[in-house]
Ligand binder design. Structure first.
Ligand code: PMP
Length: 449
């Protein structure tokens, strides 16, 4: 049966639909933080379907509410009202500060960012949009102009009017290290420090100003930032950087967009939204992934004023956005996060996990950096701590595969896919973290033998 699946995949699925591992996993079932294959082998899921299954696979409460809604009403489109969308809009808006109270529902993070881009342009009457190198904001033709991470656009022309700026990467420096393809300067900072004490902020701000002062970005419409870069390998900025960057963008008439697709809904532990960890108030917030625990839904939240400026389009429409089943699931997810104290769990178990993984950095020369916040953690693999050259793709693949063979699924990120990404469902427990750390330690030891 497995070979038949491979055959169908090869014949009928686009060649860009690639999967992890030499022999991709065929998963049949999920329960909370665990996944099961056809043979009944179980895997601890430390990547939660790319940072998406926020409260656990097939969470019983979410399932019950989804099934109830499936039996009641599937679809109305937005030209008719249904209670599900209004209940959800009220609950979601209550979680955001003033004036972020107007919601537009979509089906994916890319769509949400497309719409945010349109809103920024409609509101400011400007065109240019800025994002960081290493950013991932989507794969639609519009958002591909914003996405600046490795394989996603190397060979494609960038989207209209998008400008990339350096990423203030605390570990690799502003250009991602000497091996970064667009690096104008060959640098690797030899000493890294935690975002909290990073001295490099002012240097990064000067570079950010240079981008804003170029002719393309003089009249900026919007600036997109992930509070922590996810696909780029859990990249954090120096403390205070984002706040100053937001001020500079606003001085030039632009709006600031926080892409909370990975960082929202309590994953970072200390705060419900990633932007709160930077002490900033965005003009537009986009969210997806964890919002629906794996059910396709996404949202853009903004102020009444910015929402109104989109009325220049006369109508903006999305057939499935605000689907009754999606909204019922969204409400159930919010209820579960609250009832089961999952944000607090992210904080507690995340802090525990960061310390445990930090020990691996001390034990192994090839573990270059451990970073992140709450349940969004990056483990960057290097040839050695001094050079910080990325460990070869083959070696990282092998360690990744060995973890899977020992029952642990983790993600990958970074320009050279050199960073392991850890983002389990928020129901994760400390004993499961211990299991994961033991598995990774065994895989690293095996690699050195
Ligand atoms: N923004 C961020 C930060 C993301 O990580 C992603 C997906 N990896 C997206 C946007 C795009 O979301 P989607 O795949 O749902 O279009």
């Amino acid at each position: 049966a497995y070979n038949r699946v491979l055959e169908i995949h090869k014949q009928h699925l686009s060649p860009v639909v690639t999967a992890y591992f030499q022999k991709p996993l065929l998963l049949h079932q999920g329960h909370m933080e665990w996944l099961f294959d056809a043979e009944g082998n179980r895997y601890l899921d430390f990547f939660s379907g790319i940072v998406t299954v926020s409260v656990g696979h097939c969470h019983p409460k979410v399932n019950t509410i989804a099934q109830k809604q499936l039996g009641r009403l599937w679809h109305t489109s937005t030209v008719f009202f249904n209670p599900s969308i209004h209940e959800y809009a009220e609950k979601l808006s209550a979680l955001l500060p003033e004036p972020l109270k107007v919601i537009f529902l979509t089906n994916s993070g890319s769509e949400a960012n497309d719409l945010a881009m349109l809103m920024a342009r409609a509101h400011t009457n400007n065109i240019d949009i800025i994002s960081f190198r290493g950013a991932y904001h989507g794969c639609s033709p519009y958002t591909l102009g914003l996405t600046n991470v490795g394989p996603y656009k190397m060979q494609l022309p960038s989207g209209m009017g998008c400008q990339s700026t350096m990423c203030p990467d605390v570990f690799r420096g502003p250009w991602g290290g000497s091996h970064c393809r667009d690096s104008p300067v060959q640098t690797i900072r030899k000493c890294s420090c935690a975002p909290d004490c990073c001295q490099a902020k002012d240097q990064y701000i000067e570079q950010f100003k240079d981008t804003l002062n170029t002719s393309v970005a003089k009249s900026v419409a919007g600036f997109f930032a992930e509070p922590i870069q996810g696909v780029n390998g859990v990249v954090q900025y120096p403390k205070g950087f984002l706040k100053e960057a937001f001020e500079l963008v606003r001085e030039r008439g632009g709006v600031c967009i926080a892409d909370e697709v990975q960082t929202g809904f309590g994953r970072l532990g200390s705060h419900f939204w990633g932007f709160q960890t930077h002490d900033v108030l965005p003009d537009i917030v986009t969210m997806a992934k964890g919002i629906g625990n794996g059910f396709p839904m996404a949202a853009v939240v903004t102020s009444p004023e910015i929402a109104k400026s989109l009325a220049k389009c006369l109508l903006h429409f999305n057939t499935f956005g605000g689907n009754p089943v999606a909204c019922a699931i969204g409400s159930a997810v919010l209820a579960v996060i609250k009832e089961e104290n999952l944000q607090e769990n992210s904080q507690e178990v995340g802090t525990y996990m960061l310390l445990k993984f930090a020990k691996l950095r001390d034990e192994f020369e090839i573990v270059g950096d451990i970073r992140g916040k709450g349940l969004m953690i990056g483990i960057e693999m290097v040839q050695d701590k001094m050079s910080r050259q990325p460990l070869s793709r083959e070696e990282v693949n092998q360690i990744h595969e060995d973890c899977k063979n020992m029952g642990l699924l983790i993600g990958r990120g970074g320009i050279f896919s050199q960073t392991f990404r850890i983002a389990p469902s928020m129901c994760i427990t400390k004993p499961e973290v211990d299991f994961a750390v033991d598995v990774l330690r065994s895989a690293l030891t095996q690699h050195l033998e």
